[in-house]
Design a protein around this ligand. Structure first.
Ligand SMILES: Cc1cc2nc3c(=O)[nH]c(=O)nc-3n(C[C@H](O)[C@H](O)[C@H](O)COP(=O)(O)OP(=O)(O)OC[C@H]3O[C@@H](n4cnc5c(N)ncnc54)[C@H](O)[C@@H]3O)c2cc1C
Length: 403
């Protein structure tokens, strides 16, 4: 049984001689307390995947070590007050949306929520138009007065049917035709991924709905909510357990040879775990340009404005829309996609998926390691999907796997 193995496991003495503590993010799991010195599991990464599994194992009575190479918890969902006191998302806007009741129930143990429905405008032909494309987008762009049936007839007329649908270009042309494709999707996708939509899997643009009604919400999900005190506060609550010890500024690869934990939960890039032995998996990175606008209560009418055709950045986010914070000034971020830098997005292409499958096969041979999360599973997962995957893995580790 994995669970009895877990109870018996420990971090080896050599690891304990290693005491380079550059930062302590959670006082309750400090080294200095009268804590047991054996661990059941070492968790690499303190994002949604790592924190969820840490909390589950700790609550089941196991001692857990969580490490992260960054100086903070929360992974890419980390938020913080900027120098001006505005709550910002350091790694770009994170909007929580899900249909998974189990995920909401679980996270609600650690946070209250604020209702938030995300709305996005796209700057096209000198106008700010709703995206996903809806009735208003089409009427305002083409100076029409169509109702729902009229928009459907319009789309039926302009769409370019594709069969089979293999690429992102196929998806969009098949749904909205060439003009809307070129105005809203082509430039944005080329900036975001550094690739033409014809080079990307259908899944990338299949995520974006097209509506004939006037619904201007970005997501359709049943739950559209934001953690009341922010994501970092949520993560702090998750890790606030006497069985959890946290080590920040700690790179797994610098200590793995001294880390003798019997069970490892790894949430970093899967190719790095195996020393890129089949070659590196491609990731897309971002440069974030944060800016504070003093004395301006509101910079833009909605949280996010996309720039599909102008500028090197893809979008501008104004955080106060997301967090409902009152502040006399406001803070924004521009996102510049780039090839180099932290791995943010797995790039959905068939050849990348094939390479990932080779790493996944290696991972399956690691009897004591679990690979969970956006980078470890090389999946374009949203936060709720990562939490769902992590809950499933925790159940599996604890021997509670559901049918
Ligand atoms: C710009 C952007 C916007 C997004 N917006 C949304 C959104 O609106 N809604 C949504 O649901 N999702 C969004 N996502 C996706 C969301 O960020 C992820 O689904 C989620 O954060 C993934 O959690 P994770 O734990 O798998 O990975 P991460 O959050 O990436 O955490 C992995 C952690 O592992 C650590 N790590 C990696 N390698 C090592 C190592 N060698 N040693 C030690 N630590 C290591 C990293 O430092 C990191 O902290 C967005 C992502 C990005 C990049």
């Amino acid at each position: 049984m994995i669970s009895s193995d877990l109870v018996a496991c420990a971090i080896s003495t050599p690891f304990w001689r290693w005491r380079r503590r550059l930062s302590v993010g959670n006082e309750k799991c400090a080294l200095h307390s009268e804590r047991p010195t054996s661990f059941c599991a070492a968790i690499i990464g303190a994002g949604f995947a790592g924190c969820t599994i840490a909390e589950r194992l700790a609550s089941a009575g196991h001692c857990v070590l969580v490490i992260d190479q960054r100086s903070h918890i929360g992974g890419n969902a980390y938020d913080e007050l900027d120098a001006h006191g505005v709550l910002i998302h350091r790694y770009g806007p994170h909007i929580f949306h899900t249909n998974a009741q189990r995920v909401v129930d679980y996270l609600s143990r650690f946070t209250d929520w604020l209702p938030y429905e995300h709305r996005v405008l796209a700057s096209v032909d000198g106008q700010l138009l709703p995206i996903p494309i809806n009735q208003d987008t089409i009427n305002r762009l083409y100076n029409l007065h169509l109702d729902e049936a009229g928009v459907q007839a319009f789309l039926d007329r302009v769409r370019e049917p594709r069969d089979p649908i293999k690429t992102s270009e196929d998806v969009v042309l098949n749904t909205v035709g060439r003009d809307l494709y070129e105005k809203f999707f082509r430039g944005y996708t080329r900036k975001q991924w550094g690739l033409d939509p014809s080079q990307l899997s259908a899944a990338v643009t299949a995520r974006i709905p097209v509506r004939t009604n006037r619904d201007n919400r970005y997501f359709n999900d049943q739950f559209q909510i934001m953690p009341k005190d922010g994501y970092t506060a949520l993560f702090q609550q998750m890790l606030d357990h006497p069985n959890i010890r946290l080590e920040l500024n700690t790179d797994f690869f610098a200590i793995r040879h001294r880390l003798n934990a019997k069970t490892v939960i790894y949430t970093g890039p899967i190719d790095a775990y195996f020393d890129d032995c089949y070659g590196p998996l491609p990731y897309r990175s971002l440069h974030f340009e944060h800016e504070h606008q003093p004395g301006i209560a509101q910079y833009q009418p909605v949280a996010v404005i996309n720039y599909p055709n102008d500028h090197a950045y893809t979008r501008i986010t104004e955080f106060k829309h997301l967090t409902s914070q009152s502040h006399p000034g406001t803070s924004i971020v521009r996102e510049y996609p780039q090839a180099e830098g932290d791995p943010y997005y797995p790039i959905p292409r068939p050849e990348n998926e094939a390479l990932y499958q080779r790493y996944k096969a290696l991972a399956a041979c690691e009897s004591n390691a679990f690979f969970v999360g956006r980078l470890a599973q090389y999946r374009y997962y949203n936060m709720d999907q990562v939490v769902a995957a992590a809950l499933k893995t925790a159940d599996q580790i604890l021997g509670l796997a559901r049918d």
